[in-house]
Write a protein that binds this ligand. Structure first.
Ligand code: NAD
Length: 689
């Protein structure tokens, strides 16, 4: 094995190279190597400056997330950086690519920083429920001031070179192609100038904010509720408070204690678990086929969004709709979505133009002939979809993959009308398709591993997370959503208002409560899907509140009234007193008793435990392959709070016995898998292994 850290001599400059592919993450071996190289370079009197460089495409992209589950073996990065900062000769960090987390801490402990144009500098720790634990919370405010330091650490978003230069994080600009020669020349200049080591620990914090006693209180109060709920955010603020009020070493020690509190928190464990699960999901066991040309059938809401994802990520896309007007409208939506991305600087002008040039439209399905992958997104109706697949089977080349974006229909029934069911697969996107990261990749009875691997690879290339699921009504996500949504319906019929239930679940962390989700998606969409669902439960109360509203002409946001009233174009929702009245009358008709004393805790446990119970059934049935897959689906497609790790992780964290007890208290049947795991004293996590 090659050493992850090496030292070369360039005249009187030591060049320390960190080479630990793919992104030079700081694991134990890197820390050991870095410490050794620093000590050697500092001790050698013939060396007068030190340059730190990351080989490959990044300086250092952060710590090694996998190492965080166990106590960190010495040396800690914090200690390595104290030693680095204490060097008696100038240390220059030569930055390029990702300079994130621990990588940014290395840069801040260095005395001077030069940077290539492609740098992305930041502290994304908060996204894993952590804080910069090796002095970053102490050194950053000394460079950029308290306010900017807090904003960077609380948001977790990186900055580019221009901003870093303005803020004083970067001292010198260098070129990507010439990074090392320019960094070495910078070192020579500093030697010639007799520039001293410049230690941030000795620099006072810029005064303004530090002097204002109310600053931190005001800062906390000004954060959005979603940030205030994150424990790591408050701990980051405490670290910066310590930086202002204590000496460097004492404040650093305090930040170590707060880091450990983060590391052992359920919140951070949940976020780290999701981070690793999202990277681990997808198909294994077959080579993906080559895909360059994608054809999308149906230029509606979903088709246009899917096409945008394709062209923005380098695919040529043909959009087909039998209705010329629908096609024009779809092409227009694609163009305006890309224009908006350019206006918001998420895309450059050139890449926006290139993306628009990659899309073509057609009204004849024959245009799908040379596609490598076809994604069908026509109306949600089996006969219509089967007709499309019959035609595709006739025109598409051999080996092309035919995918359907159905949300509820049977993928096998769609595949059965073709002569190539092995090449038919589900690709269940979520709305808006160019934004939502989740795709359920549905493996039908005859779908080949190669087809699954191919669509998983495409999903990844368009920046999304593909989770492979089995074929059954609603697949994994929507089937669980029905179990959860039905509890909402039941609570509504028992007299709780939509705003009460939504409010409680949103406070618990769901991005949007279930009635608000219904209004957003269109209550009529679910209404129609339930009528297409042959085996739907026959209970007259099943989704009765939603269906009743549809029958009253209330479709949700699209016509300004559903569970709530909606102003045209507005995002807000206004409770409508008419709705509880309608639902109450229906409850009376169904003989459902009104209850006045429904607690917040009951609302949460009924809805969330129903999710867990249904998730367990999906595991038993093999529709979901692992608890982690379920959690990735729910956190990326349904707004489940990431800090709780997903329904199955959450169930483990509160104890499966608690879930089973409450499921029985509610009078439901617990899933056999839940009962078995409790009897064996196991968790979902242990079931997986
Ligand atoms: P939509 O009504 O907006 O668009 C459907 C388009 O398909 C229309 O433009 C129509 O002209 C076209 N079309 C109909 N028959 C056709 C045919 N034979 N050949 C070519 N084009 C045809 O529908 P949508 O909301 O975009 O949904 C499309 C699919 O995506 C459905 O299967 C739906 O269940 C699924 N889906 C929708 C959502 C959502 O939130 N809207 C989410 C996930 C999946």
């Amino acid at each position: 094995m090659t050493e992850p850290v090496t030292m070369e001599r360039h005249g009187d400059v030591a060049l320390i190279v960190i080479d630990s592919p793919p992104v030079n993450a700081i694991g134990h071996a890197v820390r050991v190597g870095l410490l050794r190289a620093i000590e050697e370079a500092d001790a050698d009197p013939s060396l007068r400056a030190i340059v730190l460089h990351g080989a490959g495409k990044a300086f250092i992209a952060g710590a090694d997330v996998r190492e965080l589950d166990a106590p960190t073996p010495a040396p800690l990065l914090n200690d390595v950086l104290l030693r680095l900062e204490s060097c008696r000769k100038p240390v220059i960090a030569a930055l390029h690519g990702a300079v994130l987390g621990g990588g940014f801490e290395v840069a801040l402990a260095s005395h001077y920083r030069c940077a290539a144009p492609d740098v992305q500098i930041g502290f994304p720790e908060v996204k894993l429920g952590l804080l910069p634990g090796s002095g970053g919370t102490q050194r950053l405010p000394r460079v950029v001031g308290v306010q900017v330091a807090l904003d960077m650490m609380v948001s977790g978003n990186p900055i580019g070179r221009e901003r870093a230069r303005t803020l004083g994080v970067v001292d010198r600009e260098v070129e990507t192609d010439n990074l090392l020669p320019m960094a070495l020349a910078y070192a020579d200049e500093l030697i010639a100038m007799k520039a001293p080591p410049r230690r941030l620990r000795d620099k006072p914090i810029p005064a303004a904010a530090a002097a204002d006693a109310l600053f931190f209180e005001t800062y906390r109060a000004g954060l959005p509720a979603s940030a205030r709920r994150v424990e790591a955010v408050d701990r980051i603020i405490q670290c910066v408070e310590a930086a202002v009020s204590l000496q460097f070493d004492a404040a650093l020690a305090r930040s170590r204690v707060l880091f450990e509190a983060c590391r052992s928190s359920t919140e951070s464990k949940a976020l780290r678990y999701l981070f690793l699960s999202e990277r681990g999901s997808g198909a294994k066991g077959a080579e993906p086929r080559r895909v360059e040309r994608i054809c999308v059938i149906g230029a509606g809401t979903m088709g246009a969004g899917i096409a945008v994802s394709g062209v923005q990520n380098g695919y040529d896309v043909t959009l087909i709709d039998t209705e010329a007007k629908a096609l024009e409208a779809g092409l227009g939506r694609i163009r305006s979505t890309i224009d908006t991305a350019v206006a918001k600087r998420r895309l450059t002008n050139e890449s926006g133009d290139a993306a628009k040039a990659r899309v073509t439209g057609a009204t004849d399905i024959a245009a799908a002939a040379d596609a490598d992958l076809v994604i069908e997104a026509v109306f949600e109706n089996l006969a219509v979809k089967q007709d499309v697949f019959r035609k595709l089977d006739a025109v598409c080349r051999e080996g092309a993959i035919l995918a359907t974006n159905t949300s509820t229909l049977d993928v096998d029934a769609i595949a059965s009308v073709t002569r190539r069911p092995q090449d038919v697969v589900g690709m269940h996107f979520f709305s808006p398709a160019h934004v939502m990261r989740l795709v359920e990749v549905v493996r039908g009875r005859e779908t080949s591993l190669a087809a699954v691997a191919t669509v998983t690879a495409v999903t990844k290339r368009i920046g999304k997370i593909g989770v492979v699921v089995g074929n059954g009504f609603g697949f994994v996500g929507n089937r669980m959503y029905y179990a959860y949504g039905q509890q909402n319906q039941q609570l509504l019929l028992e007299g709780a208002t939509p705003q009460r239930i939504d409010g409680v679940l949103e406070e618990w962390g769901m991005a949007l409560g279930p009635s608000a989700v219904g209004d957003l998606a269109g209550l009529d969409v679910g209404y129609r899907a339930r009528r297409e669902w042959a085996d739907r439960p026959r209970d007259p109360a099943y989704f009765r509140a939603s269906d009743l509203l549809v029958e009253q002409g209330r479709f949700g946001q699209k016509n300004g009234k559903g569970f709530y009233r909606h102003e045209p174009g507005g995002r807000g929702r206004t409770p409508d007193p008419e709705v509880p009245e309608l639902i109450r009358a229906e409850a009376v008709r169904l003989g459902i008793e009104q209850r006045t004393a429904v607690t917040d805790a009951e609302i949460v446990s009924r809805c969330i435990h129903a999710l867990v119970n249904e998730g367990a059934r999906l595991l038993e049935e093999g529709i979901a392959s692992s608890p982690a897959d379920i959690d990735v689906i729910w956190c990326n497609g349904y707004g489940f709070p990431r800090a709780r790790g997903g329904p199955m992780f959450y169930a483990d964290s509160i104890g499966l016995d608690t879930i089973v007890d409450s499921v029985r208290d509610f009078g439901w049947t617990p899933a056999a898998l839940l009962v078995r795991l409790v009897a064996e004293g196991k968790t979902f996590k242990e079931w997986q292994s």
